[in-house]
Write a protein of this length. Structure first.
Length: 323
């Protein structure tokens, strides 16, 4: 059997190859010779558009996959993610409120309002979760979807009243075509939050054993819960504000990794990060080449692929974790 280090090296190599392909694919052809010499418009396209877009995809894939892992540990349920718990819809509603009432505010302020609404929506979901029977795990995503539907309906009504429906349509479908230098840098916040999530991975693993067990083991349950809540909510808000919602990313990647690595979050985080970034890069490349020079939003591509993969994981055979 190949060593885990070799598997990780192969995964990172595949990620680098897909990132290089992402840099070369686009509506306009790129002359590598001109880029190396720093001549013409090719260098400007690479620096202002292609590199920021690729970095944005990687940061989004890494952060949303890790957020999905953390969220599933907090809820102790493998069928939830920020997009199925009302977190993404709450962030979109917060962004609508920020634009309607504070249109001249800096983007960081709007993102903060969206993050606060995402935290409030996630807290509401967790409060409802406490009232559900623990022996019915499938009720959790159903309740999350219903809560997200209610929040989404409120957001749609608010957007209709404020003549902001076009903005709502953009945020509900994730796409990276508008990512340029100077318009994606907020995503570095998600990279920092993903690193914090890795540092607290052992504490989140203990939380996955349940409240009573974690307190018995000496874990400060409330503090760790709030750290995880802030990581998930702020990451979701930043992604929604910058590129829009990406469905199923925080759902299928943690499930695939958990089936391979088990519930050891410390070991699972690097794999989730590489798989999340690689899957998002692959879907983005597919979306750009199917109807070139036009492109299909990555949220649409990943929604179709993610739904099929999740159904396979849900109905397929359970595999044993590899230690």
């Amino acid at each position: 059997m190949k060593s885990p280090a070799l598997h990780m090296l192969l995964a990172l190599t595949s990620l680098v190859i897909m990132a290089a392909l992402s840099l070369m694919i686009g509506a306009s052809d790129m002359n590598l010779g001109a880029v190396i010499r720093g001549e013409g418009d090719d260098t400007l396209i690479l620096l202002a558009s292609r590199i920021p877009r690729t970095l944005a995809i990687i940061l989004t894939g890494v952060s949303m996959a890790i957020s999905g892992l953390i969220f599933q540990m907090l809820t102790r349920n493998k069928f939830v993610e920020p997009a199925t718990a009302g977190t993404a819809e709450s962030a979109g509603l917060g962004l609508l409120i920020a634009i309607a009432f504070f249109p001249a505010a800096p983007l960081l302020v709007k993102m903060s309002i969206a993050a606060l609404c995402a935290i409030a929506g996630t807290l509401l979901f967790l409060r409802i979760l406490d009232r559900l029977p623990p022996h019915e795990p499938l009720l959790v995503p159903l309740v999350g979807l219903m809560l997200g539907g209610v929040i989404g309906a409120v957001a749609t009504f608010f957007a209709y009243q404020a003549d902001l429906l076009q903005y709502l349509g953009i945020w509900t479908t994730g796409e990276f075509s508008g990512v340029l230098r100077g318009r994606y840098e907020l995503l570095w916040i998600t990279g920092i939050l993903a690193l914090i999530g890795y540092l607290y991975a052992d504490q989140f693993s203990i939380m996955g054993m349940g409240r009573d067990v974690s307190i018995t083991l000496g874990l400060n349950h409330r503090t760790v819960m709030w750290i995880g809540l802030i990581i998930v909510s702020v990451t979701t808000a930043v992604v929604v504000v910058t590129v829009g919602a990406i469905p199923f990313l925080g759902l299928i990647v943690p499930n695939i990794v958990s089936r391979i690595m088990g519930d050891n979050l410390r070991a699972a985080v690097p794999w989730a990060a590489s798989l999340g970034a690689g899957a998002l890069l692959l879907c983005d490349i597919i979306g750009r080449i199917i109807r070139q020079p036009y492109e299909i939003p990555i949220g649409t591509i990943f929604g179709v692929v993610g739904a099929a993969v999740f159904l396979y994981l849900l109905l397929g055979r359970q595999s044993h974790a590899v230690r």
